[in-house]
Design a protein around this ligand. Structure first.
Ligand code: HEM
Length: 189
């Protein structure tokens, strides 16, 4: 099947989900950091609504990504790679998955605890749990922020490792997450 991975590369579905989610997380980071600093204006309300809708989209895409990962699997570690590196990569990927679920969930709880309604791009209402709860709001907001900075650290490490492998190990770590022919690397060294 063309959308599934072959033995050595990520398939088109995994690649698309990976890069779309990267892009959306970058948008979310910018939006989140800017919107909390704004004075209470109509623009702030709009940016919060956008942040929540894009965040819920990431949650849905992550559900799809997890299902696809379970269905299609992952290519094996690059041949010849050190065992500790393969283990560190697997651990990082697991943590990134967890964080990309935990971010939308803590954001969702933060919003629910304010008692504000939640709508996806103004199109439909998304269920909320409970009502206004100031203590829960403070707790969830603290987690949302702390998890975000953990995500920043891990994502930078993850991207740095991929670029380092490409430039200095000359292997296909980065190339196999990109469409064939974008970077000139053999799939197996
Ligand atoms: C991967 C997804 C997400 C990322 C990367 C993200 C990122 C952020 C960031 C960086 C902030 C600013 C933190 C600060 O400096 O205080 C923030 C705040 C916030 N986020 Fe998210 N977010 C995500 C998903 C969501 C979702 C799905 C919702 C709601 C449905 C949400 C609701 C909020 C709210 C309400 C705040 C403001 C908290 C406050 O100061 O009152 N977020 N988010």
């Amino acid at each position: 099947m063309i959308a599934a991975r072959n033995a050595l590369r990520w398939g088109a579905v995994s690649q698309s989900l990976h890069w779309v989610i990267v892009l959306l997380v970058l948008v979310m980071a910018g939006l989140g950091l800017v919107m909390v600093e704004l004075p209470n204006t109509a623009l702030k309300v709009k940016l919060y609504a956008l942040h929540k809708s894009v965040g819920l989209t990431i949650f849905a895409l992550m559900l799809l990504r997890l299902a696809w990962r379970v269905h299609a699997g992952a290519p094996p570690p690059i041949a010849g790679i050190a065992r500790w590196q393969a283990r560190a990569a697997a651990l990082t990927h697991g943590l990134l998955y967890m964080l990309l679920f935990a971010m939308p969930i803590t954001g969702w709880i933060t919003n629910a605890a304010t008692g504000f309604p939640l709508r996806w791009f103004g199109l439909f209402s998304v269920p909320q749990f409970g009502g206004r709860d100031d203590a829960l709001h403070a707790l969830a907001k603290g987690w949302h922020e702390a998890l975000f900075w953990s995500l920043v650290v891990l994502a930078i490490g993850h991207a740095f490792a991929a670029v380092w492998h490409h430039l200095f190990q000359h292997d296909a770590t980065l190339a196999r997450m990109l469409p064939r022919g974008w970077l000139d690397r053999e799939e197996s060294p």
